[in-house]
Design a protein around this ligand. Structure first.
Ligand SMILES: Nc1ncnc2c1ncn2[C@@H]1O[C@H](COP(=O)(O)OP(=O)(O)OP(=O)(O)O)[C@@H](O)[C@H]1O
Ligand SMILES: [Mg+2]
Length: 223
């Protein structure tokens, strides 16, 4: 059965999303509403993309949202948006590791918002964002498409810590060979190299008899 989202529920869902700091275009918001409905009701959402677009445009007219600096179709919170919540030094949430829910853009923009609100420099934000996306991509690629726990914080010594936890999908060696992971010359493994370069420490642990992957990384920020 599919779940039909009324325009009132749509507005509530979008408001909740905006309060987390995520930013994206209309179709990203559509994906994320579907992700929220899937998380809450384990059901597929039917919704009007037009209603989503209209609500976002309305918030822009009212001064709560502005166009993205690099892509004018993206919606970001304006500096004095009513959607800003109290500043937090940690954030924790669940995403679904399915690329059709646009989880990469979700984590990227929510994380960048968090870092900016915590006065992290733009240079460090770029490094953390690139490295984190590699980790989220892995969680979606090697995960079973269900819940991925995302958690990060900045402590008093300005140490940024991030952890991800995903269920691992059944291993398919044929698949890996096809996409060239185990080619005769080299494995890909570019992601881990990028992460090792951009984070201060990186750790990937396979738990519970290969059923879960626990990723942890830190970055010491400039004081
Ligand atoms: N979240 C995860 N869950 C399960 N396995 C993982 C996870 N992250 C990494 N791995 C394992 O570690 C390996 C190394 O990851 P890495 O990101 O370096 O390479 P890749 O994803 O295979 O290729 P690339 O990132 O270069 O496209 C993966 O191939 C996978 O086997
Ligand atoms: Mg990878």
């Amino acid at each position: 059965m599919a779940f039909s989202v009324s325009s009132r529920e749509l507005e509530t869902e979008i408001t909740n999303l905006l309060q987390t700091g995520v930013a994206g275009n209309v179709s990203d918001f559509v994906c994320w509403i579907k992700m929220e409905i899937q998380k809450k009701f384990k059901d597929e959402a039917i919704l009007s993309e037009k209603d989503v677009a209209n609500f976002l445009e309305k918030q822009k007219t009212e001064g709560n949202l502005i166009s993205g600096q690099f892509d004018a179709r993206e919606y970001f919170l304006s500096p004095d948006s009513e959607f800003h919540k109290k500043n937090q030094t940690s954030d924790r949430y669940f995403i679904l590791g399915r690329l059709d829910f646009s989880p990469l853009q979700y984590v990227k923009t929510r994380l960048e918002y968090f870092l900016r609100r915590n006065q992290v420099s733009e240079e460090e934000i770029i490094d953390i964002s690139i490295a984190t996306l590699e980790a989220v991509e892995n969680a979606a690629k090697y995960g079973d498409g269900t819940s991925v726990e995302v958690e990060y914080s900045i402590d008093r010594s300005k140490l940024f810590t991030i952890s991800l936890l995903n269920n691992i999908k059944d291993f398919d060696l044929e698949d890996d060979i096809k996409r060239g992971k185990f080619s005769s010359t080299a494995t890909l493994m570019r992601g881990m190299m990028v992460m090792q370069k951009l984070f201060t420490s990186v750790d990937l642990e396979i738990l519970d008899d290969r059923k879960q992957a626990s990723f942890k990384a830190t970055k010491q920020l400039a004081k």
